[in-house]
Design a protein around this ligand. Structure first.
Ligand code: ZN
Length: 399
């Protein structure tokens, strides 16, 4: 048969376990047909193709996957950053109306068009460095109507840009100004927001902020139980600022991922392994908040828990629209190897989103591909703003 496309004279970083670092196959070829990877292997054995591309020894990787973002929000928090750097205390910043609440106010006040235009700038930056799949959370609406609006806008944004999207309902992000009791707001999420998002088909997963300044494990458990009853997978912002054993809770619900996990403890790592939950590292927030407690990387490594890396792109704690920078930060700040960072933004990020057809180069996988003029895949994690993919394909179509 004749396939649609063969890319030859190419080095493949397959992100699969083939015994080589990066799952590399050097001096190879890869065939694409009907949007899927059809074949890969020694270039002399490549099938005939309608279009033959000589990659001249460049590297081909899977499309990058940003598996944790809060991409859609109104305004920004640059003024709070200014106050912080001038020495104003967190309490005083909160008293001046700062924090998540200021973003909720700005998001609610913004038109659909304004929210989409602002998010487009951030998505453009991510796409330019190779992101082909992304997760976008709600969480700055905090009402039924506003949370569903954010999820709907996320779908619109992804469709207009040809990226694969996973939406996550994060209604349990903070207490909205209309509520004074966290339990009463959780009642509202469970009874109203979650069922509405599920029935509208707007949420692919459900997330919580399990933290002293967020919600208790008991409150998060109620959200997870409701999600499970609706057939939605769960994940959690857990163990970022303290250890509340939110990770164990996520694992008990066979959750997709635990995210942040700076304060994750050994006993809960074993639970993640058993549950098949992915550990999502968010070094941009660690960097921006000047945290000092690093996630237990060595213990996760030894336990064989897959580690993903994401931007956490948000206005308050991670104003960063660069996954390659997050990969660099995961190496420099958390001690990952460049190979671990690479797997973290490809195969393990796919796993964190339940996207089994993405994140690796293998026959049958979606042909989301990036071509890089680099000498080694380590260059993806090595620098900041040094490399960009030269060409990109999504489902076999060049973008
Ligand atoms: Zn987050």
């Amino acid at each position: 048969m004749t396939v649609d496309l063969v890319i030859t004279n190419v080095n493949l970083a397959t992100a699969t376990e083939n015994g080589q670092p990066y799952g590399a196959i050097e001096d190879a070829a890869l065939a694409v047909h009907k949007g899927k990877i059809h074949w890969l292997g020694p270039k002399a054995q490549a099938p005939t193709a309608t279009l033959l591309l000589d990659a001249k020894n460049a590297w081909l990787t899977p499309g990058l996957i940003d598996c944790h973002t809060h991409l859609i929000f109104g305004g920004n928090r640059a003024h709070e950053f200014e106050w912080r750097q001038q020495g104003v205390s967190y309490t005083e910043i909160a008293n001046r109306g700062g924090g998540i609440k200021s973003t909720v106010t700005a998001t609610r006040a913004a038109s659909d068009e304004a929210l989409l235009a602002a998010a487009q700038t951030r998505l453009d930056a991510l796409m330019a460095e190779g992101v082909t799949s992304i997760e976008i959370k709600s969480g700055y609406g905090l009402s039924l109507e506003q949370e569903l609006r954010l999820l709907r806008l996320a779908r619109e944004l992804a469709q207009a840009n040809g990226v694969t999207l996973c939406t996550t309902l994060l209604a349990a992000h903070a207490l909205p100004p209309e509520f004074h009791c966290k339990d009463a707001y959780i009642d509202h999420i469970v009874a109203d927001i979650l069922p509405a998002a599920a029935h509208a088909g707007l949420a692919d997963a459900v997330d919580v902020f399990c933290e002293g300044v967020g919600f208790t494990p008991a409150q998060c458990e109620r959200v997870f139980a409701a999600a499970k009853a609706l057939g939605l997978p769960v994940k959690g912002h857990v163990e970022q600022l303290s250890n509340l054993h939110g990770s164990a809770l996520v694992a008990a619900f066979d959750g997709l991922s635990v995210d942040h996990i700076e304060y994750l403890v050994e006993a809960d790592i074993a639970r993640l392994k058993t549950a098949g939950t992915t550990a999502v590292l968010l070094p941009a927030a660690f960097y921006f908040l000047r945290e000092t407690q690093r996630p237990p990387i060595q213990a996760l490594r030894e336990a064989g828990v897959p580690m993903a890396v994401a931007t956490d792109c948000n206005p308050g704690t991670a104003p960063q629209a660069s996954l390659l920078t997050a990969m660099n930060q995961a190496c420099v700040l958390f001690g990952l190897t460049p190979e671990e960072s690479f797997l973290g933004a490809t195969t393990h990020a796919a796993r964190a989103l339940g996207l089994s057809q993405k994140g690796t180069l293998a026959p049958g996988q979606d042909a989301d591909l990036l071509l890089w003029h680099i000498q080694s895949p380590a260059e993806l994690s090595y620098g900041i703003n040094l490399v960009k993919p030269a060409r990109r394909w999504v489902a076999g179509a060049e973008q």
